[in-house]
Design a protein around this ligand. Structure first.
Ligand SMILES: Nc1ncnc2c1ncn2[C@@H]1O[C@H](COP(=O)(O)OP(=O)(O)OP(=O)(O)O)[C@@H](O)[C@H]1O
Length: 298
């Protein structure tokens, strides 16, 4: 088991944090990890002053944060604050969006992820992604999992790779007698676990998840959350979620983003606060975080 904090319910917000003072929209709290914070000694990603543009529109501004090895990091915040935009920067998926451009730096194990010599295909192999809507290929369960390894030139041992990925994704027992069956015939929750297995099959280090449970019912969601906690023993996970309880249940760290409106009336996403998940949900430092987690805005 990872060192995940696993509160079952959202902790109560402290009385002090729940004060009714006006929200200071101008203040940005930059979390500086404590000197003994393991994220400092073992970061997978170090994001510095990251801004993301779609053509001339600066969708996200000045994000600085480090992502710890084999941790679950959640990104929460109101719609349009740039969570998915930031998530896509971690595996250069924004490269595929016409007009998208990144400024600032993301270091992956100390290497600039956006340096000219870096191959984005290899980046996406090491840093996989699971999307909101399960998106299996219209192929058999087996071929869905074997697809990535085959593309990477693997010809031998595919049966073992398929089995291992399905076991890790907690799907093996449900599909082992039906590997030739069409993946699209699985339930939504099974399809999402299949997509996780497909991601795992190419042996990534990091799994990015963009609202992986938003199309699923509570039982399927609980299975994916359990799976995430198990996977965090071996993988670094970053999840975007609208579900604060989910962030509180599964993550070690939580980043709260919001969108500020500038003097021209244009909205820009900002990282407001980034800290241990228990800290964010019990004693947040910023009034905007507190307002969001207590349901007063967003
Ligand atoms: N491909 C795109 N082209 C232009 N603008 C975009 C594109 N994708 C996102 N944006 C804009 O960037 C801003 C941030 O969007 P993003 O989807 O990252 O936010 P989000 O916090 O993930 O939102 P949601 O929670 O609703 O999914 C929004 O103003 C959005 O309209």
């Amino acid at each position: 088991m990872s060192s995940t904090n696993e509160p079952n319910d959202l902790p109560e917000v402290s009385e002090a944090a729940a004060g009714q003072e006006p929200i200071d929209l101008g203040r940005i709290v930059r979390h500086e990890p404590a000197a003994d914070d393991p994220i400092l000694s073992d970061p997978v990603f170090e994001v510095s002053d990251l801004s993301v543009f779609y053509d001339d529109y600066e969708a996200v501004r000045d994000v600085t944060m480090s992502i710890g090895h084999r941790r679950i990091t959640a990104m929460i915040g109101p719609s349009g604050c740039g969570k998915s935009t930031v998530l896509r920067c971690f595996n250069r998926m924004n490269d595929l969006i016409p007009g998208a451009r990144v400024a600032g730096k993301i270091a992956y194990h100390g290497e600039d992820l956006y340096a000219p010599h870096v191959d984005p295909i290899e980046v996406r192999r090491r840093i996989g992604m699971v999307f909101q809507k399960p998106n299996p290929f219209p192929k058999s369960i087996y071929d869905n999992i074997a697809y990535g390894p085959r593309v990477n030139g693997v010809r031998r041992g595919l049966d073992d790779i398929v089995e291992e990925a399905l076991v890790q994704a907690a799907l093996w027992d449900e599909v082992k007698d039906n590997l030739k069956g069409n993946a699209l015939a699985l339930s939504g929750g099974q399809q999402q676990r299949l997509c996780i297995a497909r991601t795992i099959a190419v042996k990534p280090e990091v799994i990015l998840m963009d609202e992986p449970c938003s199309a699923l019912d509570p039982i399927a969601t609980a299975k994916i959350e359990d799976l995430m906690k198990t996977l965090a023993r071996a993988y670094t996970i970053i999840i975007v979620t609208h579900n604060m309880q989910q962030a509180a249940r599964v993550s070690d760290r939580t980043a709260f983003l919001t969108a500020d409106v500038d003097e021209n009336g244009v909205r820009h996403g900002r990282l407001v606060e980034y800290d241990r998940t228990t800290q964010i949900f019990t004693t947040p430092s910023d009034k905007r975080t507190e307002a969001y987690i207590t349901g007063r805005f967003g």
